[in-house]
Design a protein around this ligand. Structure first.
Ligand code: ADP
Length: 163
């Protein structure tokens, strides 16, 4: 069985992420969509909420399991016996950081191959940060995020939270 991991902050999951996981699920027997929750990286949503929103969104998507971890992605991949790592590329601006990360991971875990899926044009401008900023300022993000995420953000910001 060929397994892959799609790690990310998913803070929160967007239609861009959904497109990548849908396409990845057709290429591998199993894809673990794994939320990275490292303490040093600040996030709007707690890791449990990010994971719950992914579970609700991908309900029924064959071959996809959802996970969460802290620590190094290479360690999580090793523990799960995974040797393929999926990342999404939106634009050339993503490339530099992603290349550095792929090369570092290769150094730490030589058997691990990073595979990039290019964002579909219609999703290439969507980022979790933009979505959070629009939602914080009271804008409508329903065209950028799946319904469970939209509902969560509405609820979060309607409670008067400014963060
Ligand atoms: P990270 O903090 O690990 O970069 P993100 O949640 O921002 O986590 O992104 C996870 C992965 O999904 C990254 O590979 C990122 O490039 C990719 N990604 C983010 N937004 C999109 C999008 N709109 N289309 C395709 N891929 C995306």
């Amino acid at each position: 069985m060929v397994k892959a991991i799609y790690p990310g902050s998913f803070d929160p999951m967007t239609y861009g992420h959904l497109d990548i996981i849908r396409r990845a699920s057709k290429l591998f027997d199993q894809v673990i969509m794994a939320v990275v929750g490292n303490p040093g990286k600040s996030s709007l949503l707690p890791i449990e909420a990010r994971e719950m929103l992914i579970v609700k969104t991908i309900d029924g998507l064959e071959g996809v399991v959802v996970g969460a971890f802290q620590g190094l992605t290479v360690d999580y991949a090793r523990q799960n016996n995974v040797k393929i790592l999926i990342r999404g590329l939106r634009a050339i601006s993503d490339f530099e950081a992603e290349l550095g990360m792929a090369q570092t991971n290769k150094q730490l875990f030589p058997e691990l191959e990073t595979i990039f899926l290019m964002s579909k044009a219609e999703y290439s401008f969507i980022s979790s940060s933009t979505v959070k900023e629009i939602a914080r300022l009271g804008g409508d993000v329903s065209q950028f995020v799946p319904k469970p995420v939209n509902d969560y953000l509405k609820e979060h910001f309607s409670r008067g939270s400014n963060k």
